[in-house]
Design a binder for this molecule. Structure first.
Ligand SMILES: Nc1nc2c(c(=O)[nH]1)N[C@H]1C(S)=C(S)[C@@H](COP(=O)(O)O)O[C@H]1N2
Ligand SMILES: [Mo]
Length: 200
């Protein structure tokens, strides 16, 4: 009887939303490679660039004026915590990318942040309702330690791709590794394929 009961509980403990090798985290850990930058919203802009030219740029007020989504997604950090049903508010990258000119060969993106952090992602992963510039979390402005005023949110990839304090996305015909990717993290980072490090 005890054995049956234990097996039953063991099975229920595995949430199907948990990717391989991950555990459930109830809190919201802060993971930053450096100090938290403080942005001045009066001069803040978010830009999309490519081949040395600016394709589009939005002030804080202009970004706030765009249609926003309320997003509820699971997020997966490569250090193995997964947070279910995290609730964000932000502007879809589809809205921003549709507003700018993009050369067909520019299929790679590198996000740049205040503080110097970078991360690469294929342009295709920023389209199709899969990525946002998020400025709200849990019904409040996104706190600075979690990337406020605004961060990239790409929940279908490991969370290091969700660049905090994002200021621009640079489009290019070639893929350039970002901060963690140069240090050995996987170029793509699919949590369901456990693409944590080079060679995974
Ligand atoms: N600019 C910047 N963005 C960043 C990071 C960082 O150090 N700097 N860390 C990444 C990593 S490894 C993770 S897991 C998440 C952590 O986000 P959080 O601190 O809101 O949990 O942010 C990602 N984005
Ligand atoms: Mo991370």
């Amino acid at each position: 009887m005890a054995i049956v009961s234990r097996g039953f509980r063991g099975k229920r403990a595995t949430d199907p939303r948990l990717p391989p090798g991950q555990y459930l985290e109830g809190g919201f850990p802060v993971l930053s490679a450096g100090p938290t930058p403080r942005a001045d919203l009066a001069t803040w802009t978010f830009s999309i660039t490519g081949s040395g030219t600016t394709r589009g740029s939005w002030t804080w007020a202009e970004l706030q004026a765009l249609p926003a989504d309320d997003i509820v997604k699971d997020i997966h950090c490569v250090t193995k915590w997964t947070k279910l049903d995290s609730a964000w508010r932000g502007v879809s990258l589809d809205t921003l990318l549709d507003a700018v000119e993009i050369d067909p060969e520019e299929q790679f993106a590198l996000a740049h942040c205040d503080g110097g952090y970078t991360t690469n992602v294929p342009l295709a992963d920023l389209r199709g309702g899969k990525a946002w510039i998020a400025y709200g979390y849990d019904g409040a402005p996104l706190r600075p330690e979690h990337g406020g005023p605004a961060r990239l949110l790409i929940p279908h990839l490991y969370f290091w791709k969700s660049a905090k304090w994002v200021r621009s996305i640079d489009l290019s015909p070639s893929d350039t590794y970002g901060f963690w990717e140069k240090l050995g993290y996987h170029a793509y980072g699919d949590p369901w394929k456990e693409q944590r490090y080079w060679g995974d």
